[in-house]
Design a protein around this ligand. Structure first.
Ligand SMILES: Nc1ncnc2c1ncn2[C@@H]1O[C@H](COP(=O)(O)OP(=O)(O)OP(=O)(O)O)[C@@H](O)[C@H]1O
Ligand SMILES: [Mg+2]
Length: 482
């Protein structure tokens, strides 16, 4: 057999589609294994027969047309039709007919190829199913999943990414991924991508690390980013999987603070014993001495000593209040009554005379320890008054919803700068020359002992709103029975 023939036989044997050779009259000359598989007849059953034996009766017109084209030496593009199999009457196939010519270039016959359309349709459906499955996985993932191209342009943005960053997918697709990063990372990103594509030096791709991410509103959050590289249609793409670490990081900070608190607690107990009582004795003694003094100048000095001792006593009290874990004894508290009494007490102080305090929506009751609640509100009100330098309006708004009571203390002060915000609840953090920095740390402890919390609801140039949220009822794990 000439080489060309052997190659042809090998191709016919290996082809996974039906390939049938006919002469100009349509007589079958060869029938490959693919044809046996698809149509069901063995070569021995059909070679020498007319190709008409595999054409359904209702498609004879189509066959006549094909025979005419073969006679004219024409080939066809692939078309959809049906053939008659040994077992199945109609096998849906994609067929193409190629004209074969003799050495002089005259039409001599044809090669008929047919492929099972079911295979292609099933493959397409499987692909669609698999696409849909991937889509569902990506969309339901807890982590943000973002696909970018080699220039950093965002190509897809899943539902978690929308939640995490506050952008709708449509707003960021087509934009550079640097919109999701704060400076200086955003500026460094292009250089980084360029260097990676040039040198393949990995700093993050395939490794993952902790980064700072930026939301649509400009706020940032700690995140873990892992980046993978893939090739789609011969183009390098990068997938970023991002996990929001805010909660973990704040938990770590809290843990660090808590371990500090335990030490402060121990220290405070010692201080209380060693300092507070002698301080009271010293104060009493100085007062007695002062009573014997006659000159105004001397009395003034003693007065100053007493004020200083008083200040020290207050510091000790603050420290003790903060350091001893609060143990609330909840009773039914009329929030409005408590607030009014508190404000009246403050307003008896001349330092509050230029401050207007309004109380809104007070018809609320909740189960709380009134003494602790007073301490917490006192601290919030004092901070508000101090922020406004003793002048302006402080508003306290009480609202109840879903079993929670929100107590908002609104001031018209200068707002809390971002760097202060981070440390607001840290014990001993203060920006005031005469503050101990225990105020908000104490408020937080009291709130948490009541299963509540204290947050900055809003803070800007127009002022600050601090929110104390407490549950209405005292049934809960953090409550001690009273
Ligand atoms: N309403 C507010 N407006 C602006 N800044 C505030 C406000 N509340 C608190 N701060 C800032 O937070 C810091 C910490 O407050 P915190 O009440 O814990 O301590 P302090 O007021 O400084 O001292 P202390 O309350 O112990 O006397 C303050 O020093 C201040 O810088
Ligand atoms: Mg304070």
């Amino acid at each position: 057999m000439p080489t060309a023939h052997r190659v042809l036989s090998a191709i016919l044997a290996a082809a996974d589609c039906a390939m049938v050779q006919t002469d100009l009259s349509g007589t079958i000359l060869s029938w490959n294994p693919g044809a046996e598989r698809l149509i069901g007849f063995a070569a021995g059953e059909v070679v020498g027969q007319s190709i008409a034996c595999i054409i359904p009766a209702d498609r004879r017109g189509e066959l006549d047309d094909l025979m005419r084209r073969i006679g004219a030496g024409q080939s066809t593009d692939p078309f959809e039709t049906e053939i008659r199999g040994k077992v199945r009457d109609a096998v849906a196939v994609t067929m193409a007919v190629a004209s074969v010519t003799d050495p002089e270039g005259r039409p001599a016959g044809a090669v008929w190829t047919a492929r099972d359309r079911m295979d292609a349709e099933q493959a397409n459906a499987a692909l669609r199913r698999s696409d849909a499955r991937w889509q569902a996985i990506v969309e339901s993932a807890v982590d943000a999943i973002i696909l970018i191209d080699r220039r950093g342009v965002i190509e897809s943005f899943n539902a978690s990414a929308e939640r995490m960053f506050g952008y709708r997918a449509g707003e960021v697709i087509g934009r550079n991924v640097t919109v999701l990063m704060p400076e200086p990372y955003a500026s460094e990103h292009d250089q980084y991508m360029g260097r990676y594509l040039r040198t393949r030096e990995r700093r993050i791709i395939g490794i993952g690390r902790e980064v700072t991410a930026r939301r649509k509103d400009g706020t940032t959050f700690p995140a873990h980013l892992s980046v993978g590289e893939c090739h789609l249609n011969d183009e390098a793409k990068f997938t970023g999987i991002i996990r929001d670490l805010t909660e973990r990081v704040s938990l770590e900070v809290r843990l660090r603070e808590e371990s500090g608190l335990v030490r402060i607690g121990e220290l405070a107990a010692v201080l209380a014993h060693e300092v507070k009582n002698p301080l009271a004795a010293v104060s009493g003694a100085v007062q007695m001495l002062g009573d014997h003094l006659t000159s105004d100048e001397d009395r003034e000095i003693v007065g100053e000593i007493l004020r200083r001792l008083d200040g020290l006593g207050t510091l000790m009290t603050d420290l003790l209040l903060y350091a001893r874990p609060p143990r609330p004894s909840p009773i039914d508290v009329d929030v409005g009554g408590l607030l009014r009494a508190l404000v009246a007490f403050f307003q008896s102080d001349p330092a509050w005379h230029r401050l207007a305090v309004t109380i809104d929506g007070t018809d609320v009751r909740l189960a709380a320890d009134p003494e602790l609640l007073k301490v917490a509100l006192q601290n919030l009100l004092l901070n508000a008054a101090q922020a406004m330098k003793g002048q302006g309006e402080v508003r306290v708004t009480v609202t109840a919803a879903d079993g929670l009571v929100h107590l908002d203390v609104v001031d018209q002060g200068p707002g809390i700068p971002p760097d202060v915000r981070e440390k607001l609840f840290t014990p001993f953090f203060t920006t005031k020359s005469r503050g101990t920095g225990l105020g908000l740390a104490t408020v937080r402890r009291i709130a948490e002992a009541h299963r509540g919390q204290v947050t900055i609801l809003e803070s800007g140039r127009a002022g600050t709103t601090m929110r104390l949220t407490l549950p209405v009822s005292s049934h809960g794990p953090n409550w001690r029975s009273s």
